[in-house]
Design a protein around this ligand. Sequence first.
Ligand code: PML
Length: 256
Amino acid sequence: MKSELYSLRMRASRGEKHISGAERLLEYSLLEDATSVMLKRALNHVRGKAEKICFKLQPVPSRQVSKRNLLNLTTFEVADWPQGRALAAQLIGNLGVKSSIVQEAMAQLAGGPSPAGEAMRGAMLVSTETGQRLEPDKTRGVRVSRMDLDKDAGQRVEALLTDMGLNNPRVIEAWTLASKVALYPQVVAALCWSDDPDYITGYVASAQNGNQRVIRLKEAGSEIGGRIFFVRPGGDLNDLISHLQYEPVLFDAPSH
Ligand code: PML
């Protein structure tokens, strides 16, 4: 494989249950370490023991890669997860999405969006016009991949996060993913809370208002989580999915 960058993806599962996933876009020299970090994550996951761990490595020609800035990052304190959900609904409503559509989509995420009532490994796509689910595969959802920090940006981003007390891989991965999703003009907002039972912080992300973290978005111990991308009508769904899955993007720190 001769390429300057590689898309490295991991997915761990037990039966139909999604255990863990990870995505990187990085240079050859970093692949070994990144693979080993992913393997450790999959083998010791709080969602349970994986039966199957799949790695996928694909070369990505660097001429295809675009360079962008991460969304601005803010954090909202709330007393508990119901208050966090109400705030998240309001933040999405501020972007013009009807309250009934936000509430219905959040209820689907909270109830387990897959047909089995479990977390999906990918995101739900929800029309801001009709509230309908748009993802072609309602069991898997749409996974976002091929994004990472630009290698020269790592120190800048880590310094920023250290100042905020947030310098950890989970925040970096979530921020990078949210920033890629928000690049697509048809996406009004992304809502996420983790499916890890021990992680209760989530976010509402949008090109307009940045990555707005909400510190409590779910009950501790719950394994139901995931992402909803609210999609405005008028775009080409296949083009959106192709952007989310295949368009390679490297990110630098926010521009202001
Ligand atoms: C995840 O674990 O997949 C989602 C985490 C979302 C929030 C990360 C953060 O604290 O900013």
